[in-house]
Each structure stands twice: as C-alpha cells, then as structure tokens.
Design a protein around this ligand. Structure first.
Ligand code: 9MR
Length: 413
C-alpha cells in the first residue's frame, strides 16, 4: 500500500529513516508527496448543518464527552495576542463544508497547500499560471485573512525546465539556471507583493543525516549552497517588506536542527536577508516533547530571528522509522474503539503541551495547521494509505478534544 513515490520522495523517506534511526526517535514528518486531491473522505463526513450538533459521528470524540460545539471560541480571537493562526488549504476546498465556515470563523492566516509552488505556477521559463493561486488570494482578501507564501524553491516541486541545458560548459549552464531561478523568484514575489506577508523562500534544504549539512538536491548539485543566497536576495529585491523564511521539518531533532542552524548562521554571516525559520511540525502523539520544541524555538531566537510553526499536524500513528520506507506501519485505528479514543486523548495532550510552548514565546508569530479538518489531510496517503485524524476538527467540522485542549485549560481530554 505504499503510495507511488517519485525518486525524490524515496530519497526523502530514506533520509528520514536514517535520521530517525540515528536519533533513536520516531517522527512523522514531512516531505512525501502525498497528493490526494479528492478530499479523502473518512466515511463519516456527515452533512454540513450548522455547527451545533455535536461532533456527530465521529470521528473524534474521546471517551470523555466534549463541550457543546456551539460554544467553541474563534481560534483567531483566542490567540490574537500571541500569533496569527490558520490552516493550509487549496482553492477548491475553500467553498466546501466544513472547510469554508471553519476558515471564516478561525483563520487569521492561510497557506496554499499546493497552488503557490513552482510546479503549478512556473509553466516554463518566464511563463506563469497564477490562476489557482490568485483564486486563493481572492478568497483570503474577501474574508480578511492573511496569506503565507509557500514555497518558492523546493526540490520536490521545481519543474524540470529550470534544469534544462547543456552541461558541457558548466560556467554557461550555471549562469543560465541561475538566471531562471532569479527571474522566477523576482516575478512571483512581485506578483504577490502586498498580498502575502511572508514567503518560505527555500523549503527542506537541510540534510537528514549527519554525512552532510545540505540536502543533495538538484539545486545543491549545481550550485552548492549558493542557490539559497540567490533566491533570498532576489526575493528581498522584489519586495523589501515581505518576511523571508527558511522552512524545514524535524527541527525538533537536535542533530538536524544543528545542521539547519549552521545553514542559517552562514546566511547571516554573508548578509543574506533571512527573517525567520519555519518549523513544519509534522509530529505524532508521542513525539516530540515540549522540551524539544522549546529548544528549537530558542535556538532560532538566539539568532535574532522570527519563529513560525508552518505545517502542524499530530498523527495518531507513532510509527517506527521503518514505516517511512514502507514496512512496519501501525494498523489503522477505528473510530469508536478504545484505542482510537486513547489516541484522541494523547493527541489533545500533545497539542496542549506544544501550544503552551508556542504561547510562551513572543518570537512565535504564526501557527499554521497543515489542513483544516480530518476529512482532508495529506497523512491519509503518507507514509502509507491509511486514514489519519491529525487536525483540530473532525471530518464533519466538529471541534475535537485537541481543539478544546488548546482553548480551555480547564478541559480534561
Ligand atoms: O500536503 C501537500 C500535498 O497535498 C502536495 O501534493 C505536496 C506537493 O505539492 O505537498 C504537500 O505539502 C508539503 C509541504 O508543501 C512541504 N512540507 C511537506 C508537506 C507534505 O508533503
């Protein structure tokens, strides 16, 4: 049941596996190619109705009963004094139930799950398709929601035309590819100037294992680390006020974070205009600890940079490292069973302990969940096809124990 993986996906999974094995940690983390586009259907998506009936079916009631959904506070109001809060979403979902109403009530920021990456936008050199991205921006602007830009340079979504050319003359070839990169970054940042408040300029450039500092991507193989500088400098020149981020997964792992901090310090030393670090936070109910996340935020603060939590979800499966190369994944949990209810409880506790860390750090200026409700999550297809329930709202849009745990300190999950 492994999803069909592109070579890059497999490299990424292998990298993760090495990382997990080396650290002895078990992490659910980013990078796989997911790509479900159909809403995922966890079977229980009952109707729309208003927000009053309780978390119906479903999917997410823990053994203890949950408060009346009608009393759920708005997350954007609840956390307004700390950080923007929001969700990843693509335009086709914004009109659907329960996504639409949840976004309007709770989101002060959204991120494009797919449509602002270079593979939909960069059709060919100098040719762009902004249709879907502009639709998301229009939705955000119509509803007073801010937009994070994601992501200008990511090895998994860099179209092959960037790398076309004759490599027999590497000096000329590098000049050509550099010019394509700088033109792309300049044009895209210019297009969205004033419409996004920050950009993930580069995504996942850190090596997963100790044998290297940088990921050995196509970009790195051509330029070494210079492509990072080119991208950040072009972005800054195109928009002097947008905040520029380096985004990464497993930042809570001290060894990987050490490599990321080496990269960041090098950028600072060279005067590369980086404003912040994005922590993806694809985690699970058993990992990481509050102390590990605390350390990740503190290391970034020590560099004088902003923290964003950019892609948070809490998988209910604490898989071993081997699952990420396709074996040994835990079986799917069934809603309503004792094991499922326990997972909902531990998930709520993990959300609470980490939100307590986030709110304690003024450097944390935005927290984004990688999805809105459990009816649509990339984790239904990664690391294997298996229904997951990683978000704050159940498939019907009802607030889960995890939601109540972060908004109500008196709530017992
Ligand atoms: O969740 C996203 C999935 O729907 C897309 O198909 C995929 C490729 O665009 O990207 C996924 O989001 C990734 C994010 O952009 C970067 N970190 C890892 C996320 C999950 O793979």
């Amino acid at each position: 049941m492994m999803p069909s993986g592109k070579p890059t996906d497999q490299m990424n999974r292998r990298g993760l596996l090495l990382s997990v094995a080396a650290s002895g940690l078990v992490a659910a983390c980013g990078g796989g190619g997911g790509g479900s586009s159909g809403g995922g259907g966890g079977g229980s998506s009952s109707s729309s109705s208003s927000s009053s009936s309780s978390a119906s079916s479903s999917s997410s009631s823990s053994s203890s009963s949950l408060p009346d959904p009608a009393t759920a506070p708005s997350l954007k109001t609840q956390f307004a004094s700390h950080f923007k809060i929001g969700f990843a979403v693509d335009p086709w979902l914004t009109s659907q139930s329960p996504t639409h109403d949840l976004l309007l009530k709770h989101a002060s920021t959204i991120t494009a799950e797919s449509v602002m990456k270079a593979n939909p936008i960069g059709v060919s050199a100098g040719v762009y398709d902004f249709t879907q991205a502009d639709a998301l921006i229009a939705f955000a602007q119509a509803n007073g929601i801010n937009v994070r830009g994601h992501a200008l340079v990511w090895h998994q979504t860099s179209p092959s035309w960037f790398f076309d050319g004759d490599r027999s003359d590497m000096t000329a070839y590098k000049a050509l590819v550099r010019s394509r990169l700088e033109t792309y970054v300049t044009d895209v940042v210019t297009h969205f100037k004033g419409k996004v408040y920050c950009w993930d300029v580069v995504n996942e450039v850190t090596s997963d294992d100790a044998s290297a500092t940088y990921r050995n991507s196509d970009w790195y193989q051509i330029f070494g680390s210079d492509f990072i500088d080119y991208a950040f400098r072009a972005a800054r020149a195109a928009d002097p006020s947008v905040k520029l981020f380096i985004n990464e997964y497993s930042t809570e792992d001290a060894a990987k974070r050490g490599r990321l901090m080496t990269i960041v310090q090098g950028m600072l030393d060279r005067g590369v205009p980086v404003d912040g670090v994005g922590h993806q936070m694809h985690i699970n109910t058993g990992y990481p600890s509050a102390a590990q996340v605390e350390a990740a935020l503190s290391d970034v603060e020590a560099k004088g940079l902003i923290n964003h939590v950019t892609e948070m979800d809490v998988s209910i499966y604490n898989d071993s490292g081997s699952c990420y190369s396709g074996t040994g994944c835990l079986p799917a949990l069934t809603p309503g069973t004792a094991a499922f209810n326990t997972a909902m409880t531990t998930q709520a506790q993990k959300y609470r302990e980490l939100f307590n860390v986030f709110t304690a750090h003024t450097s944390v200026q935005a927290v984004t969940m990688w999805g809105v409700a459990d009816n649509h999550t990339w984790l239904d297809n990664y690391p294997v096809a298996r229904k997951n329930y990683p978000l704050l709202f159940d498939a019907a849009g009802g607030p889960k124990a995890a939601f109540w745990a972060i908004v109500d300190p008196g709530f017992t999950p």
